[in-house]
Design a protein around this ligand. Structure first.
Ligand code: AFP
Length: 322
């Protein structure tokens, strides 16, 4: 089975990017180990602190953030980091060529129930002019990413990644510690009968999403003419992994509750990397108004509505917005 290194070389990734990805993944392997130790290592449960988004941090949020921050800062490849768990941009090496954004532990509320969690990341070039502590360099559209992916800490530890030449999925071989290519060139089926949305928020959605979901629920007798099934992992990594593997549509739509939070998911740490993976696998990723990867961020912790997955189903959903 092909190793990560060979696939990255085949996809034309420059050496320094390969070394950065390997460094980042060394951190993820450490997280994978800590997660697997669970209660035995005392890593479950909450801290007394909140992150910049006002969310109570889990111990594993803090541990994972620290692991990735330390390893990336030491590497010399990175000029600055932005993390869901950091208030501000973290300055790294002045000569670092790359910027890294990450959600160190997505779905951390699942830690207590031993369910799916993961790390989501994206990498882009650091402009030469930027000072390492300048947040403005992170305010580029997702089209500027050079790599993105996630590591899913599930029954197997799996990596989904793209450098812009297709989306590949690797499985961590814990006997020798390497990621091996198990699912090359993922192609998301264009059609699906499966959707993922937190339906408890229905009363807060706008009319197009209300109408779309009503039509899905109407099943075979409704306008869509087929019975749908619903899934919700409450960790975007888990839901997106399922969609990459067997198709589907995942939505965290515009929410009328708070104009400052038009969606729950963060553009830099969740929406953009997943959009890149999805598009490279033949799927679509939209806010309902435009392609996610074309959104120009106005601040690093910005949230956006997210609709992504199987091409035909996303297009059907977007037709309700026209
Ligand atoms: P946490 O990492 O704070 O648990 O949030 C995970 C997440 O941002 C995303 O991964 C999920 O899709 C979404 O929240 C689940 O949210 P709800 O189930 O609470 O609506």
């Amino acid at each position: 089975m092909k190793r990560l290194n060979s696939q990255l070389q085949k996809d034309g990734a420059p050496l320094e990017l390969i070394l950065l990805i390997r460094t980042l993944l060394a951190g993820c392997k450490e997280i994978s180990f800590r997660v697997s130790q669970g209660a035995l290592a005392g890593v479950l449960g909450s801290t007394l602190s909140e992150n910049v988004q006002g969310e109570t941090q889990k111990k594993l949020d803090v541990i994972s953030n620290q692991i990735l921050k330390d390893i990336l800062k030491e590497s010399g490849y990175v000029k600055a980091i932005s993390s869901e768990e950091e208030d501000d941009v973290v300055a790294c090496h002045p000569d670092g060529k790359y910027l890294v954004s990450f959600d160190p532990l997505d779905g951390s509320s699942n830690t207590e129930i031993n369910s799916l969690i993961g790390t989501i990341f994206s990498i882009s070039h650091a402009p030469q002019w930027m000072e390492p502590d300048d947040p403005s360099a992170f305010l580029q559209p997702g089209t500027q990413m050079v790599a993105a992916g996630y590591v899913l800490y599930g029954p197997s530890t799996m990596l989904a990644m793209t450098t812009g030449r297709g989306t590949h999925i690797y499985t961590l071989d814990k006997t020798h510690g390497g990621f091996l290519l198990t699912h090359p060139n993922i192609e998301v089926p264009t059609e699906t009968k499966e959707f993922a949305i937190n339906a408890s928020n229905q009363r807060h959605w706008e009319a197009p999403m209300q109408n779309y979901i009503t039509d899905l629920l109407a099943g075979e007798d409704g306008p869509r003419g087929k019975d749908y099934n619903m899934r919700w992992v409450a960790a975007m990594v888990g839901d997106i992994h399922r969609v990459l593997c067997r198709g589907g549509i995942f939505m965290y739509p515009f929410d009328k509750r708070n104009p400052a939070k038009p969606g729950k998911l963060r553009l830099l740490y969740e929406a953009n990397p997943m959009a890149f993976l999805m598009e490279q696998a033949g799927g679509l990723a939209s806010t309902g108004e435009c392609r996610i990867m074309e959104v120009m961020p106005t601040e690093i912790h910005q949230r956006v509505p997210v609709i992504l997955g199987s091409k035909d189903e996303v297009e059907a959903c977007l037709s309700y917005y026209d």
